[in-house]
Ligand binder design. Structure first.
Ligand SMILES: [Zn+2]
Ligand SMILES: [Zn+2]
Length: 147
């Protein structure tokens, strides 16, 4: 199994239909950061997609998946909300794209601007349909956290 980084192999990141691979280093390094924050395996459903495969799975044209910038992931034992909160702590994802899917996985990408969405029963909707913004740990007003 060819390793691309400490926790991710070529087979995990390659296109599911043809095995072709295009992957940006900053995606791999952001996924490593996520893996280290989680402390448990990050399972990659889908990362690079060739244009043909992207079309077959109903991805938007010019999807970040076809540019080696995106991965759809699940993290062992974590809810969608917990995965979202972890992804927000990775600067490349927090400042990039995060999508929550009702199938229980998260799309993360390292595009150069912030984008959020959810996909519920095949429809794109606001991300708040599936997850909520975390309460800031520094929010003293709640009195919940020692400061
Ligand atoms: Zn393919
Ligand atoms: Zn995706």
């Amino acid at each position: 199994m060819t390793k691309l980084s400490p926790h991710f192999s070529k087979a995990e990141m390659a296109c599911r239909c043809c095995g072709n691979l295009k992957i940006e280093d900053r995606l791999l390094s952001a996924l490593e950061t996520l893996r280290n924050l989680a402390g448990v395996p990050v399972i990659v459903h889908d990362a690079y997609r060739c244009p043909k495969h992207n079309e077959e799975v109903g991805g938007v044209a010019d999807s970040e998946h076809t540019q080696g910038l995106a991965a759809d992931v699940r993290i062992s034992g974590l809810s969608l909300q917990q995965m979202y909160e972890l992804a927000l702590q990775v600067p490349e994802f927090g400042n990039g794209g995060i999508g929550a899917y009702d199938g229980g996985f998260l799309h993360v990408d390292v595009r150069d601007h912030r984008s959020r969405w959810a996909r519920v029963r095949g429809q794109y909707v606001g991300i708040q349909h599936l997850v909520r913004e975390p309460v800031l740990l520094t929010d003293k007003a709640t009195g919940t956290y020692p400061v």
